[in-house]
Write a protein that binds this ligand. Structure first.
Ligand code: HEM
Length: 480
């Protein structure tokens, strides 16, 4: 399933592009880290490195595999447990008072040599440069609610944006809503506004962009037909976390037009930002920041305008199509498997497609055909499942009996590929994703859906405009 590296080495290549800007790829990863953790690692119940793997009994899986995140869209990956308020012992971790800590970027390396490159918007030379563009760190390690958000630089920069968004919302509440008196009340109001803005954007911007037209409205208006947890029964469907929501892996690109230093055109250090560097410039890399600094060098700050534009003219400003072909670096993930002693295990842990497929097999996730039937969506035909495959992939599908019983992760990618041209998920994949996310909002009595809130009742920019896109949120956060 991994593409030939030769065909994606050129940052200008357009083959394989979707019409979706790259921010949606990593916003998806950020959402995944807010909603679910634990099907992404080996544990007593789920260990894909064991020899002689056979599927677990579904009741064993459901009874023993616990989600390490509250599945609500509450940004616990950003807020952690909240600040110490009203004289409680400070937790000393994520907060400065009721502001979330933000890290500063380095302008020089450890030897005091200047970092090369130019400032990125909104800081343009020769004006003052706002250094608050990194995650807060202890040494190189990020101090954040979920350190998977320091796995690659794109998701890390998005996390920085949310830290800053919270802090700006705190300031906005203090200035515009004097009825909230005292730190505890201001913090509670700010966190609620941040959560509601984010939840609304997830439904009306993220889901409407990545899912099949009509599905969001069908679920908003017609209700949840399949995933409808009762009162207090909060859980995460494994069809979502182990298969369908991993669709984002196929949107990851090998290179990005990242900023003026690592992208086009002009005074750059490199002509593009290759994937391995986006992973090196994080605290979770084997040699973070290439050993030159403990924090992000300023020349690696994201230029979000290059990552959010649906009308962009450059091909390397889009996510890859949602399809069964992955970018070459996902065959050898540099931050994964490095601690494994056994070379075979190490090799396995570095391969994302293999991990997804084995995880689905071990955890006995239903096949694509079973899920399509349960949802009442026309199943993919054998011809559709085999269309466009390489000879090796086709042989594996046929010989393994996977044309009749298709692993759900592969199935949703193929459905997107053949029924939506990779521009969105297909119908079955969309229903699982939309019903799960809107279902979590419906199950959460504190979500925006239960209050009739919309962004018109939220924070406003200096011009009075409400926040209705992820780009508006990034601007309010001061990072574009
Ligand atoms: C460069 C980007 C990414 C990398 C390197 C990456 C890597 C991984 C790895 C190694 C796992 C664990 C696999 C296993 O052993 O089962 C995983 C899990 C997962 N990934 Fe990604 N991922 C990336 C982006 C994304 C995106 C864009 C999405 C969705 C839009 C996503 C959704 C998920 C989900 C839902 C899980 C399961 C989480 C859980 O339940 O614990 N990932 N990813």
């Amino acid at each position: 399933m991994v593409e030939d590296p030769a065909s994606t080495a050129d940052p200008l290549q357009s083959d394989g592009n979707s019409p979706i800007p790259p921010v949606y790829t990593y916003w998806g990863q950020f959402l995944d880290h807010d909603l679910t953790a634990n099907t992404d690692r080996d544990s007593a119940v789920s260990d894909i490195t064991r020899p002689g793997l056979t599927p677990l009994r579904p009741d064993t899986v459901v009874g023993t595999l616990l989600n390490l995140r509250r599945p609500a869209l509450n940004l616990d990956s950003v807020y952690g447990d909240g600040p110490a308020l009203d004289g409680a012992a400070p937790d000393g971790s994520l907060y400065d008072g009721i502001d979330l800590l933000v890290g500063t970027v380095a302008e020089t390396d450890r030897d005091g040599n200047p970092v090369p490159g130019v400032h990125v918007p909104p800081d343009v030379e020769p004006g003052p440069f706002d250094l608050r563009r990194d995650l807060p760190r202890n040494g190189v390690k990020a101090r954040v609610g979920d350190d998977r958000n320091d796995e690659n630089l794109v998701v890390a920069q998005l996390h920085v944006a949310f830290l800053r968004f919270h802090n700006e919302v705190v300031r906005w509440v203090r200035a515009n809503e004097p009825e909230h008196v005292g730190d505890a009340a201001v913090f509670a109001r700010a966190r609620r506004l941040v959560q509601w803005h984010h939840q609304w954007l997830v439904v009306h911007d993220y889901l409407r962009t990545v899912t099949f037209p009509g599905v969001v409205d069908a679920v908003l208006v017609g209700g949840n037909r399949h995933f409808a947890p009762g009162d207090g029964a909060v859980f995460m469907p494994l069809e979502f976390s182990v298969a369908c929501f991993r669709f984002g892996h196929s949107m990851v690109r090998g290179v990005y037009d990242w900023n003026e230093n690592f992208g086009r055109p002009g005074r750059q250090v490199l002509a593009s930002a290759p994937f391995d560097l986006l992973f090196t410039f994080t605290g979770n890399a084997p040699q973070p920041f290439r050993g030159a600094t403990d924090v992000l060098p300023f020349n690696w700050v994201a230029d979000w305008d290059r990552l959010i534009d649906k009308g962009a003219v450059f091909p390397d400003r889009f996510a890859r199509r949602i399809d069964t072909r992955l970018a070459p670096p996902l065959r050898d993930m540099q931050n994964e498997g490095n601690a494994a002693a056994d070379p075979e295990v190490r090799r396995l842990l570095k391969r994302l497609a293999t991990r997804n497929l084995l995880r689905g097999y071990l955890l006995a996730i239903p096949t694509g055909q079973e899920v399509a039937a349960a949802l009442g969506v026309a199943p993919l035909t054998a011809d559709e499942l085999r269309r466009g495959n390489s000879a090796g992939l086709d042989e594996a599908l046929v010989e393994g009996g996977f044309v009749e019983r298709t692993p759900l992760w592969f199935y949703v990618l193929k459905e997107a590929e053949v029924r939506a041209n990779g521009a969105t998920l297909g119908e079955a994949g969309s229903h699982v994703v939309v019903e799960t996310i809107i279902g979590q909002l419906r199950a959460d009595p504190d979500s925006y859906l239960h209050s009739g809130w919309d962004p018109g009742a939220g924070v406003r920019s200096a011009t009075g405009a409400p926040i209705v896109t992820i780009g508006d949120l990034l601007r309010f956060a001061g990072v574009r």
